[in-house]
Ligand binder design. Structure first.
Ligand code: NAP
Length: 257
């Protein structure tokens, strides 16, 4: 008699995969989607962070994943039994140099993370999202994906790429049971975003939010993401721009003092 092939249990709870769940918006989104009844699959490169968060949330799973590593993304996708929602959140900015002075390596990293990372995850998980019969691909882009500013070049170019990917995918999937949602936040005060951009320079990172009474928080954006995902299946929030009241454009920010 042939030995029984071990089978993975079929997951009955709606499942949301979140990239960049180790901090900021991704971690807050994982918490809120879990509270909304989703089984969350947390991914990021920092294992300790996602494991600790997964232990707090019912049925949550943590999986180390670099979204720029296509082979790893494909292996991850093959390990999943069910995917209903993909939150493409991993990303960020590196540097604030002008185009004339920017390091092409930073631009490459930003493109690979913010654009190709979304492409890898979306391509790998699309078969499961289609098979769910009611899938959602959500892209956390940025207001930097809609308009530019001096010193923003590489990040702005990358987020424009993410925006175009979402717009194109929505056109291409029209008629299929998969929604494509883009959430474009303005200024969000998260613990690491500006620190990463300024390579650990705390003074420069703090200056981003100086005098702004209430920048958005990770929780504000996670609420918006969760709201968009939990609309009825026929309702597709194509693009939602969310900024703090004190910010009217990438340029115009009210600072007190
Ligand atoms: P954050 O705390 O720095 O989060 C970035 C997340 O991306 C981290 O969890 C990081 O995890 C993950 N990540 C980075 N590179 C990765 C890679 N190659 N593979 C997998 N994961 C990777 O910043 P945040 O403010 O929450 O930003 C989250 C998203 O919102 C980003 O896409 C950002 O561009 C966008 N956004 C932020 C703001 C803002 O003002 N904060 C505004 C608009 C849009 P590991 O390092 O553990 O891998």
């Amino acid at each position: 008699m042939r030995p029984a092939v071990p089978r993975r249990p079929v997951v009955s709870t709606r499942t949301a995969v979140i990239t960049g769940a180790s901090s900021g918006i991704g971690a807050a989104t994982a918490r809120q989607l879990s509270a909304a009844g989703y089984r969350v699959v947390l991914t990021a490169r920092r294992e300790d962070r996602i494991r600790a968060l997964a232990e707090e949330l019912p049925e949550a799973v943590a999986q180390v994943l670099d979204v720029t590593d296509r082979a790893a993304v494909d292996a991850f996708a093959a390990s999943l039994d069910r995917v209903d929602v993909l939150v493409n959140n991993a990303g960020g900015a590196l540097g604030a140099e002008r185009v004339a002075d920017a390091d092409p390596a930073d631009w490459r990293t930003m493109y690979e993370t913010n654009v190709l990372g979304v492409l890898h995850m979306t391509q790998a998980l699309l078969p499961a999202l289609r098979a769910s019969g009611d899938g959602t691909v959500l892209v956390v882009s940025s207001t930097a994906g809609l308009a530019t500013y001096e010193g923003g070049g590489g990040y702005v170019a990358a987020k424009h790429g993410a925006h175009v990917l979402a717009e194109t995918l929505r056109l291409e999937l029209c008629g299929e049971p998969v929604r494509v949602i883009e959430i474009a936040p303005g200024m969000v005060k998260t613990g690491e975003f500006a620190l990463t951009r300024y390579r650990g320079d705390e003074e420069k990172a703090a200056a981003v939010y100086a005098g702004v009474a209430e920048p958005l928080t990770a929780e504000d954006v996670a609420e918006t993401i969760t709201w968009a995902i939990t609309r009825p299946s026929h309702v597709n929030i194509d693009l939602l721009v969310v900024r703090p009241r004190a910010q009217a454009s990438n340029y115009k920010v009210h600072r007190e003092g």
